[in-house]
Structures are given as C-alpha cells and as structure tokens.
Design a protein around this ligand. Structure first.
Ligand code: F6P
Length: 319
C-alpha cells in the first residue's frame, strides 16, 4: 500500500494529535504518502484532503484537540454520500484509511469497507466505551482533568459543609465517573451500569453528616437516568444539606494529553499504519494489558465494554 489517508472523527479527545503524528511519521518512514482529511467524514465528502509531510505534525504531540478538526456528518449517514466518499478516495488514489475516533466513527469506516476500502480504526474518544480495547485515547486525560476538579470541589464543599454532585461525560459508559470517583475519593459514584437508588444515596449522605462528615461528593456519569438537578433537589430536601451541582462538560474534552494517552496514541497510531502496510485488512487497534492488539473492525464494534465490577466494589468499599 503506497498511499493512505487519515481523519479524526466524532467527539475530539486529548491524544488525537499524538495519534495523527504517529500515523503520518510511521507512514513516511515506510515510504508511503499520507493524506490528511479535515473535518472527518464531512470533510471527506467535500474533498478537504491534503498531503502531509514530516513537519505537518510537528509541535502537536502535546496539544489537545485535533489539527485535522472533526465533525459529525449527517450526510455521511446516507448511502449516496457514502458512495460519493468512496469516489473521492479513489480520485485521490487513497488505498487505505486510518480513522481516529469512537464507535460512531468506526461505523462510518465500515461503510467504506463495504465499498472496498481498507480501514483501520484507532480508538480516539474520552468515553472508553469501545469494548475490544482496555483503554481509549483521551480517557486517561479526561479522568485526570476530573480528578483536579474533585480536589478543588472538595475544598469548597468542606468550607460550606455542602454536598456536591459532579456530572461527568462518558455518554452511556460510566468509566470516567468510576475511575475519577475511586481515585478522587468520592463518597458516592453513580453510573449507568448500576441501578441508582436515590433514597439510598440520601440515607448514606445523612449518615455521613451525622457522623460529622464535613462534605459529600457525588460523582455522577451523564448516562445515569436521574437528571442532576432533580438529584440535587432531592438531596437538599431529604438531607437538609446545601447541595450544588458542577457540570464540567467540555473541559473534559480538552487539555494536553497525559503521558499515558500520548503513549497509547503513538503505539496505536503507528500500529495502524503498519497493518495497512503489511496485511491490508480492515481492523481496529487497541491495548490489552500492556500489549498493542488488532482485531477485525466489525468485530471490534460488536464487543461490548465489560463492566468492571471489581473496581466498582472497591470504590464502594473505600468510600
Ligand atoms: O463522545 C465524547 C463525548 O464527549 C461524550 O462524552 C459526550 O456525551 C458527547 O461527546 C458530547 O457530544 P458533542 O460534542 O457532539 O456535544
């Protein structure tokens, strides 16, 4: 394979630039031509494609976001536009495509596989919701962002002897809440994988209050059914504790990637190009333990994220 394309798609994630840098430089080191596609599948449809050189990805390793920009493309959901995208790739002579993104991006990539393109997925999303890989790029940075936030909230929550609900991202996956909650010492972690009993949470907060606990920190994943404002209202009514909500939102999507995300991005980005170079089969790259793995792209989407009951039980025990 001599000419490949690369795009970033879906919600951006810290480390996407590191992955892009690894894709471009590994490809060039193998005497391949690497074409950057801007604005994800939307940009592909508009032919926003440019040849990339070594220096094109200089000084981006440490930067959050994606220099290729990203977008969610409604047009690309339609078969006629998927056909159009394939024609654009053929017109540029692109033989293989690296898609850096989450499950929605992989699904888009499969539409091109159905039309004869070889696609390799690199797991770029803060949600950590791709079951075939232990971690996705951006997850570690997002968790560390939330950790800093929890520490700041703990100070002011204690000063005012308040309860605070911190709603974090993750779409339908509770991993950001679980990892940040456990390592941030949250008192309660609410995640979509475990049914929430609001009365039980209130009772536990009350118990802590009567035991002289100065504050209460509840980390809630956005995928939990109960609306955050309803939870805040109920907590105040039942416990009598002043309760506030913090929703960091897109703060979790930015920032300089951690070493762990930079390493994961570099290893998986480079692996993706080697897969295109060596065996040209559509696949998804990821990490299992300390090993960089590859699995069939379609199968990667079928593997559901296994809920880590052990981490959840430990978080409950230690809180
Ligand atoms: O998929 C990443 C993510 O940040 C989710 O955690 C969040 O629910 C969603 O994107 C927000 O989507 P958008 O950026 O389109 O508002």
């Amino acid at each position: 394979m001599k000419r490949i394309g690369v795009l970033t798609s879906g919600g951006d994630a810290p480390g996407m630039n590191a992955a892009l840098r690894a894709v471009v430089r590994t490809g060039l080191s193998l005497d391949m031509e690497v074409y950057g596609i801007s604005h994800g599948f939307e940009g592909l449809l508009d032919g926003e494609i440019e040849k990339m050189e070594w220096r094109s990805v200089g000084d981006i390793l440490q930067r959050g976001g994606t220099i290729l920009r990203t977008a969610r493309s409604k047009r690309f959901l339609e078969a006629k536009w998927q056909d159009h995208a394939m024609n654009i790739l053929k017109a540029f002579g692109i033989e293989g495509l690296v898609v850096i993104g989450g499950n929605g991006s992989y699904t888009g990539g499969l539409k091109l596989v159905d039309r004869g393109m070889t696609v390799v997925g690199v797991p770029g999303t803060i949600d950590n919701d791709l079951g075939y890989t232990d971690y996705t790029i951006g997850f570690d940075t997002a968790v560390n962002t939330v950790l800093t936030l929890i520490s700041n909230i703990r100070d002011t929550s204690t000063s005012h002897e308040r309860a605070t609900v911190i709603e974090v991202m993750g779409r339908h996956c509770g991993d950001i809440a679980l990892h940040a909650g456990l390592t941030g010492g949250a008192d309660y972690i609410l995640i979509p994988e475990i049914p929430v009993d609001i009365n039980k949470v209130c009772m536990e907060v009350l118990r802590g209050k009567h035991a002289g606990k100065g504050h209460s920190l509840i980390v809630k994943a956005e995928g939990v059914e109960i609306p955050t404002d309803e939870l805040v209202k109920t907590l105040e009514e039942v416990t009598g504790m002043e309760t506030r909500a913090v929703v960091p939102g897109y703060i979790q999507r930015g920032g300089s990637p951690t070493e762990r995300d930079r390493m994961l991005a570099s290893l998986t980005g480079s692996k993706a190009v080697r897969l295109l170079y060596e065996d040209a089969r559509s696949s998804a790259v990821g990490i299992s333990g300390s090993e960089i793995i590859a699995c069939d792209l379609e199968k990667a989407l079928e593997i559901k994220r296994e809920f880590n009951q052990q981490i959840y039980d430990l978080a409950v025990l230690l809180s």
